[in-house]
Write a protein of this length. Structure first.
Length: 401
């Protein structure tokens, strides 16, 4: 009788544990036995609306690919794509909507560094992992428990640009920097400065401009007066165009290199032959260099030709694709008992993740929530309306932590 009583107590205890476990799983926002809700916040209506369609297509195509293979631990991913307008206030409204109304488990992609900064407190409060795109160094240094960045930041790419000039082109080059006077531009400038210091070099001239400025003739005169051989232009496409036009008007054959935000084929209809020779640092290979294994997947889902015709294919479509590849790997490593804490643990175990050869492999650790510091350098070939790789994927030798 005593043995039977002990057995019944143990049996009851096991049932209770199972009940509590199932109850806990059921109470995780955005997670059921057969579904995980994940948000993708992109811009369809604001200053970055050109990016929205390509980003959304990349995210949805990858999620379709994962779901067709059975999802993750028997759960299909329900991707919620929301317009964030890219501005801080509109991004905050979009994040609140997907967390409180759609009840997503995590935000797998958010376009815009300023908007990402605005929603970090919301992510913390609701224990929701956030993956910001357009991130800067403060997103990984000092870092945040809930923030993971599967992307090289502007600081990383700024360092790579300076190292490319001094270590691969001309160790004695005089380098000037034209940069947008905001977090985006300053983060790139800081990376350039760090590399210059590490290599024992000096920056010959700096010329900031306010966001929205199109006429950069004053900044170009500063560069000319400093007699620079290279201009590192931490700009967006309109300002890059202004610099390339100005150098032609000045009859000045100065080299110009910029960031990933300018490595778009859209530069060719904007500048025509003037784009020839322009260089950019980017984590993503040009669209024409899409690895065959990735091409086959895209053809299977009927998007290869569509993306091929886009002026913004590689940096955008590849961007959202690789973000969700990192997120899915974290979900797999989290195991079937999915909670915010097990998800963080899973992401921190992602090691050397091959994302189809589109960008550097991704690794997270408990002390480093940025996927890689590496990038490559591409050069504009105006005759063929494409970018070509002139320096392969490399990690800066300048300390990035």
């Amino acid at each position: 009788m005593k043995g039977k009583t002990i057995f019944m107590c143990l049996f009851s205890a096991i049932l209770t544990c199972l009940f509590i476990s199932n109850l806990s799983a059921g109470e995780v926002r955005g997670v059921t036995d057969d579904e995980i809700k994940i948000a993708c916040l992109v811009d369809f209506s604001g200053p970055g609306k050109y990016a929205g369609p390509a980003l959304a297509l990349g995210a949805q195509t990858y999620i379709n690919y994962v779901n067709d293979q059975g999802g993750v631990h028997g759960r299909k991913i329900n991707l919620i794509i929301e317009d964030n307008g890219i501005m801080p206030n509109t991004t905050l409204a979009a994040a609140r909507k997907v967390i409180y109304k759609d009840e997503v488990f995590a935000i797998g992609f958010n376009l815009g560094s300023a908007g990402s900064s605005a929603i970090i407190p919301l992510s913390e409060e609701n224990e929701s992992v956030l993956m910001p795109h357009g991130a800067n160094r403060r997103f990984y240094n000092p870092g945040n428990k809930w923030v993971f960045v599967p992307f090289a930041t502007q600081y990383n790419m700024g360092s790579r640009a300076m190292e490319f000039i001094l270590r691969e082109k001309d160790a004695k080059a005089r380098v000037g920097v034209i940069y947008q006077d905001d977090d985006y531009g300053i983060d790139g400038l800081d990376g350039v400065k760090a590399a210059a210091k590490h290599l024992g070099a000096v920056i010959a001239a700096e010329a900031p401009y306010k966001i929205g400025t199109i006429d950069l003739s004053a900044q170009m005169r500063i560069m000319k007066d400093a007699n620079v051989d290279w201009i590192i232009a931490w700009t967006y496409l309109p300002q890059t165009g202004a610099i390339m036009k100005a150098k032609t008007q000045m009859g000045w054959n100065v080299n110009v290199i910029g960031p990933n935000t300018t490595a778009y084929r859209q530069i060719f209809p904007i500048l025509g032959k003037l784009a020839d020779g322009y260089m950019a640092v980017t984590p993503y290979v040009p669209w024409e260099d899409t690895p065959e294994r990735t091409r086959e997947i895209l053809k299977k889902y009927g998007v290869f030709e569509k993306v091929s015709q886009s002026p913004y294919p590689a940096p955008l479509f590849f961007g959202s694709w690789t973000y969700f590849a990192a997120m899915v790997e974290g979900l797999k490593l989290a195991g079937p008992n999915l909670t915010p804490e097990t998800f963080i643990s899973g992401l921190e175990k992602v090691t050397n993740l091959d994302v189809g050869g589109m960008c550097p492999n991704i690794t997270f650790t408990p002390s480093r929530h940025v996927g890689y510091f590496s990038s490559l350098v591409v050069q504009a070939d105006a005759q063929n309306n494409r970018f070509i790789i002139v320096s392969p994927i490399k990690e800066p030798i300048t300390p990035q932590d």
